[in-house]
Design a protein around this ligand. Structure first.
Ligand SMILES: C[S@@+](CC[C@H](N)C(=O)[O-])C[C@H]1O[C@@H](n2cnc3c(N)ncnc32)[C@H](O)[C@@H]1O
Length: 287
């Protein structure tokens, strides 16, 4: 395992290091406690643990609509996490999805959740580094990536893989965190990093230059910071206990990130409102 993979494993699966229980086992136990059968779950029941990006399912639908890809499209979900977007694209947009993630615990959870929701025929997951994907050339129509590039130190290598894996004319759909105009230090921890050395944010301009150099032309790109900030504010109020919970206590992201999650959410909210970070959504086409 590389240092990068080891670091992400300990970042995204911190409670397992401490408790010795796997993420999948911890989440399955939590579903049982909430009165659910962990082998038969709905997409609504798992939404709290399979959307590890700002805006939840609404943000993924917005990006898929912007990208307007055809039913039956072969999609590579890069940095798929626990596989929420992969399942949404399969269930609502008719896609055939391969999810790829470097964090083994997430890949295990993604595979279980697809089986439990009956979507394992249209979503498959593999554990690999996005800069060395063990997949054949030209096998995807769409590369999808939500909130993952800020974890990756070598974007040029990742973009070279996307160019290799996409068919000519294929599209890249991104929903990403980028650096804002305020150069003051990021308030940490945030959901993707506990230390500044492990946060690989680039400005929108720097990312656009890298994409152009990688052979991708912009089709539609927009700043969606305000929508993301409104969503984050609402969730921080909830996580802070300011809003009375409605319905049963289904597993949420705190079970993945541990007790630091509420602080990570508040810091992300403050970084967004101070313009230390911004959120970008867009579509690019492979030349
Ligand atoms: C904030 S999570 C987002 C997960 C998912 N895209 C979502 O929105 O729910 C970032 C993900 O990127 C993955 N990741 C980071 N670097 C990676 C790499 N080099 N190759 C593959 N996955 C990577 C992490 O393991 C993590 O699952």
């Amino acid at each position: 395992m590389t240092d990068h993979a080891r670091h992400l494993d300990t970042h995204y699966d911190a409670p397992a290091e401490r408790d010795g229980q796997s993420l999948a086992a911890r989440l399955q136990e939590a579903f049982r406690e909430a009165g659910c059968d962990p082998d038969r779950l709905t997409l609504d029941e798992i939404a709290g643990i399979d959307q590890l990006h700002l805006g939840g399912r609404r943000a993924s639908r917005s990006l898929a609509t912007l990208g307007s890809f055809a039913s039956g499209s072969r999609v590579l979900d890069v940095g798929c996490g626990t596989g929420g977007a992969s399942r949404l694209l399969a269930a609502e947009f008719g896609a055939e999805v391969t999810g790829l993630d470097i964090t083994a615990a997430f890949v295990e959870v993604a595979s279980w959740l697809s089986r439990a929701t009956g979507l394992d025929d249209r979503t498959h997951f593999l554990c690999a580094d996005a800069s060395h994907a063990p997949l054949a050339d030209g096998t995807f129509d769409v590369v999808w990536c939500q909130h993952a590039l800020m974890n990756m130190p070598d974007i040029a290598a990742v973009l070279a893989e996307w160019h290799r894996l996409l068919v000519p004319g294929g599209t890249v759909l991104l929903h990403e965190v980028v650096a804002g105009d305020d150069p003051s230090p990021l308030r940490l921890p945030v959901p993707w990093a506990r230390r500044v050395e492990t946060s690989h944010l680039r400005s929108r301009h720097a990312l656009e230059v890298l994409l152009a150099e990688g052979g991708f032309a912009p089709v539609a790109v927009q700043d969606v910071t305000e929508v993301a900030l409104a969503w984050r504010r609402k969730h921080s109020r909830r996580e802070g206990g300011d809003v009375a919970p409605t319905g049963p206590a289904l597993p949420g992201p705190g079970l993945i990130f541990g007790e630091a999650f509420a602080e990570m959410g508040r810091n992300l909210r403050d970084n967004l409102s101070a313009d230390r970070v911004r959120i970008l959504e867009g579509v690019w086409r492979r030349a």
